[in-house]
Design a binder for this molecule. Sequence first.
Ligand code: SF4
Length: 292
Amino acid sequence: MGRHTTPDASQHLLLAHFDAGTAGRATHNSVITTNASRTLTTQSLEVSIARGKVQLSHSLAIATMTARVTKIPKPAEADPAPRFATAKAPAAKTIGQLQKISAGCRACDLWKNATQTVFGEGPSSAKVMFVGEQPGDQEDRAGHPFVGPAGKLFDRALEEAGIDRDEVYVTNVVKHFKWVGERGKRRIHKKPGSIEIQACRPWIEAEVRIVQPQVLVCLGATAAQALLGKTFRVNTQRGQLVDSELASYATATVHPSSILRAPDDAARQAQMEAFIKDLKKIAKLVHSSQGS
Ligand code: SF4
């Protein structure tokens, strides 16, 4: 995003942020300040750039102005490129190596407020890989995935479905805990953003490369949309098999934490039963593919 000012302060003191590379529309959410007293957003403005001039046309015809444009240097932006993870993850040959290397990852800012990297766990020979969103409060402290309340519920559901947790690989798309504020002693989880998910992606890709699961199961919308596509909707597509380069079978179901958030016991019970049903399908899939 470019940043431009006009020296014509008496008439149009203008501070505009917009894409400078091409004439045309300013980017969504750009801010334009005129006469230091009016701020217009580019949702209602069209901006064109030609011959060193910027033309701003208000769609409601409230303001039209032309001003000289002087470029000022582009402000430094945080580099979202996951260079550390991109550089280091492909080199690892074992999950142990990945765990060790990822402990020093600084590819996004999440490490700053987290206790430690919480990497995936389970046998490298696992047929099934479960992928959640990110470690929670207890996982962050313990350094292990799915050991908090949602993890305990997950264990119960796996057992009911006839899946041995010791035989599956369990991980998250983001390896550091993101949180905002505290409630009592518990820190409140915050959903990771797309930059963080993207920065962390080399780690999950490396886990998949090493484990080569037959079945990849995303737990919740964040993991599903990160790995199965942005248009995936867990509410309507849970349990469906989708094509994926990551595994022979790829699917998604809810995150166990969503069951804990059910409004009452009856709803929680119904959601737990639906979750177990999804897991039973996965168990059946693994057994049938082993038999074939
Ligand atoms: S969240 Fe992922 S990418 Fe960000 S610092 Fe942690 S391990 Fe690295």
